[in-house]
Ligand binder design. Structure first.
Ligand code: M6R
Length: 605
């Protein structure tokens, strides 16, 4: 989603804004712009496309100033053109915005009736006009800003410059996150700690409803009722703002390779290696009636895998639902259940809304998040962080396996709390989990052979992924990864569904990727493989050494991942499908880290 940066600085601002916007690129965007106070006058530079286009504009028309605002725009209202790119200027006001002003149409009609002329199709421009209108009545900037905020409905993070008010930035948060950074005689506003990383590690996270006026040496923060408040200043650890690709070409490639370490750190947080126990703080699973997981995209798939494991090991009912559907139906919620929001970013609008819906029904809430300062984390009764480090590639990889790692630890803890396993079995399962990062590393070593397969898959128009049990969820993930970064149409199916429809897609041109470790579902998956091959289907069979021994002859390719206990096979089998999607995208020359139309964190519905 859109990224925001604002700087009240003492050094040339244009380069700093661009530096920060580069750190926000990962969120996904299709145009960018900056505005600054040049001798008391607002000037801006904008460009559709990537930041290099904006840099080219700046090279031709530099902006010499020390205070300014910048934006990466992910289009919602209006195409990604220069006219729709932020900042939007009306009179004395320049504004950048993340989110949606839901009542913009009626505000625009009102402003147009008052003679105001609009230059863009965006919802954002009404904010600039409203604020300029309020200023023209003689209000002070802060008063005018507060009057403007009262007129807006929807979800928004805003950052504003006012001409003639040198070295002042106004900002507000109502939904999408916003942080204040504290420098030496400088203040910063940013969408997240990553954006502020080059300038300061002293950061306050605004609460929902907060607004702020920042000058060189202070930021005055006010809450939703207008009372001045103090928000804790936290020191952001260097590891949380590191954004280096190292020797890798793409963040996604690096993040795939980061997984053994990311899972290891995550697992270490949820097991006690000395006692061999799973340690999930804050919830007693013995008294729980059920678990409700709400999530979107890859996080939803991690929840599906969790459901298999928790129900199987702990005999505890688990529902997993796509948050955008959950929030708009009337699910039968009961206080005796635990709601878990699964979200890498902790800011996904639908997940947050579904989560709040559960909290409002009196359910205890837990958050499995990567961003521990996120809204979902801050609103949860219990937070179970994943510890895989910032994930920059839009396609989620290391967050997914870290989420699954937490799900496995929960399954073990719940099974113990509900007396479904004894201490010896708990210790065995914990050992299996601790061993998983090593197996993930071995699976990543299959990269060479997967690269070769990718060359073939890159020619396909459609690809089918099949699996049973937890592998049926992983089939969905394989298809999601492939389609989002290579733009090849892909479907994931529970293999048992094959004969109920998808088999009609089988022909020589459609690769079928079957995920089948040698587990209790193997024979049935192998039969599905035979059915596909009998119809000319080209099968890529991803299995383990025993599965390779027992596989029916005739698969075009067999990928042999390391043998693993079914408890962790979803972790081990993830790397091959991620690597496959990655290398197909590379072969196709796609923009791996910032695929078209996608945003890293979807903070609007
Ligand atoms: O930040 P979240 O985990 O809540 O994000 C959920 C989805 O938007 C995300 O997983 C998305 O599907 C990814 N692009 C998948 O790679």
């Amino acid at each position: 989603m859109c990224g925001i940066i604002g700087i009240v600085g003492t050094k040339p601002v244009a380069e700093r804004l661009i530096e920060s916007l580069k750190r926000l690129e990962y969120r996904g965007y299709d145009s960018a712009g900056i505005a600054a106070q040049v001798n008391g006058v607002l000037e801006r530079r904008r460009a559709p496309g990537k930041l290099r286009e904006l840099e080219a504009v700046l090279a031709a028309h530099p902006l010499n100033a020390t205070t300014g605002i910048g934006h990466t725009r992910w289009a919602t209202h209006g195409a990604p053109t220069e006219a729709n790119a932020h900042p939007h200027i009306a009179g004395r006001v320049a504004v950048v915005h993340n989110g949606i002003i839901e009542n913009f149409a009626e505000l625009k009609a009102e402003l147009q009736a008052a003679g105001r002329v609009f230059e863009s199709q965006t919802d954002t421009e009404v904010v600039a006009h409203l604020l300029d209108q309020a200023l023209s009545t003689g209000l002070e900037p802060l008063e005018a800003f507060e009057a403007t905020l009262k007129r807006l409905s929807g979800a928004f993070a805003l950052c504003v410059l006012i001409s003639g008010e040198d070295d002042v930035i106004l900002a507000a948060r109502n939904g999408p996150p916003l942080a204040v950074g504290y420098g030496q005689g400088e203040m910063f506003i940013g969408s997240d700690g990553l954006a502020l990383g080059p300038f300061t590690n002293r950061v306050s996270y605004l609460e929902d409803g907060d607004h702020v006026i920042a000058t060189h040496d202070r930021a005055r923060i006010f809450n939703a009722s207008g009372t001045e408040v103090v928000r804790e200043i936290k020191t952001v650890p260097a590891s949380a703002v590191l954004m280096e690709k190292g020797n890798y070409r793409h963040f996604m490639e690096k993040e795939i390779h980061d997984q053994p370490e990311g899972c290891q750190r995550t697992i270490a947080a949820y097991v006690d290696t000395l006692t061999g126990r799973a340690t999930i703080a804050g919830v007693d699973f013995s008294t729980l009636e059920r678990i409700q997981i709400v999530a979107c995209g890859t996080s939803y798939i991690a929840g599906m895998i969790g459901r298999y494991l928790i129900e199987q090991l702990a005999d505890l009912p688990v529902d997993v639902e796509i948050a955008s559907e959950f929030r708009y139906r009337q699910p039968a919620l009961r206080p005796g259940a635990l709601a878990i929001a699964m979200s890498q970013s902790g800011e996904t609008a639908d997940t947050l809304a579904a989560f709040r819906h559960c909290a409002a029904a009196g359910m205890k809430t837990a958050a499995i998040v990567n961003a521990t300062e996120s809204t979902i984390a801050r609103e949860a009764d219990v937070v179970w962080p994943i510890h895989c480090g910032p994930e920059i590639g839009v396609a989620s990889t290391k967050a997914f396996t870290a989420q699954v790692s937490v799900m496995i630890a929960i399954a073990i803890a719940a099974a113990r709390d509900r007396n479904r396993i004894d201490a010896a079995e708990e210790q065995r399962l914990v050992r299996v989990l601790i061993e998983a990062p090593r197996l993930i590393a071995e699976a990543i070593n299959l990269e060479g052979s997967i690269k070769d397969i990718a060359v073939e898959i890159a020619k396909a128009r459609d690809v089918l992924f099949l699996g049973r049990g937890p592998m049926s969820a992983l089939a969905l993930e394989g298809a999601l990864k492939l389609k989002e970064i290579s733009y090849i149409h892909a479907e994931g199916y529970a293999a048992g569904e094959l004969k109920h429809g998808p088999i009609a897609l089988v022909d020589e041109a459609t690769p079928i990727i079957i995920l089948a470790p040698y587990d209790s579902w193997f024979e049935k998956s192998a039969s599905n493989m035979s059915e596909v091959m009998a119809r000319g289907g080209q099968v890529v069979f991803i299995t383990d050494p025993d599965g390779a021994k027992h596989a029916p002859a005739g698969a075009r390719v067999v990928v042999t991942a390391p043998a693993s206990d079914p408890l962790v096979s979803a972790l081990v089998m993830s790397a091959p499908i991620q690597l496959l999607a990655y290398h197909v995208a590379v072969v196709k020359g796609a923009d791996v880290d910032q695929p078209r139309n996608l945003a890293k964190s979807v903070t609007v519905e």
